[in-house]
Design a protein around this ligand. Structure first.
Ligand code: PNS
Length: 171
């Protein structure tokens, strides 16, 4: 049974999108998706959430700081952290009309579609998928941490402040 039609964003209000994720840490692939979301919506709320399946390297506050440093030139973007609760509830609280996610390929699609259906059934919020740029198709926070942990150069895949923060963590 379909939920009531999503009515989070009346026409006379600004269109708000939410870009959720672990962001441990933010990559240039994330920055690209967020900047394209900012072209489509009036405001983008980037929210750092806890994924219980992932062991974190950076604290939530460090992730927020790295995101703020990486996104400060993009109009209409704010960064928040939420350590509990459903993403669907967060979207309703912020009157968001959409969740925006990047898709790098088939694996992301299989991971994201069940979450998109679930969030829609919970709150009526739509999920909008943005196709990742080809150059970021293989870029993930996990892979970058692994390369950095072993002393590899990750500067082409992450903002400069993130490359420095990774080097500090593993020094
Ligand atoms: O970057 P990630 O780790 O792939 O992001 C996953 C995340 C944090 C967006 C997802 O785990 C999430 O939405 N968590 C919040 C709790 C929630 O709403 N769970 C139900 C998801 S359908």
């Amino acid at each position: 049974m379909a939920p009531e039609k999503c009515d989070n964003a009346p026409q006379n209000l600004r269109r708000v999108a939410v870009c959720p994720g672990s962001y441990d840490p933010v990559t240039l692939g994330h920055v690209d998706v967020i900047s394209r979301a900012a072209d489509l919506f009036d405001q983008v709320i980037v929210v750092v959430l806890t994924n219980p399946d992932k062991k974190g390297l950076f604290s939530p506050q460090e992730r927020v700081d790295l995101l703020n440093g990486s996104l400060d030139s993009i109009r209409g973007v704010v960064v928040e952290h939420r350590d509990h609760g459903l993403l669907a509830d967060f979207c309703q609280e912020h009157r968001a009309s959409a969740i925006v996610k990047g898709l790098r390929g088939e694996q992301d699609y299989r991971y994201e579609v069940p979450m998109a259906h679930t969030n829609w059934h919970l709150s009526g919020v739509e999920t909008v998928f943005v196709q990742s740029k080809a150059e970021y198709g293989h870029v993930s926070s996990s892979l970058i941490k692994d390369v950095a942990r072993h002393g590899g150069d990750v500067s082409r895949w992450v903002p400069a402040t993130v490359a420095t923060a990774l080097a500090d963590k593993f020094s």
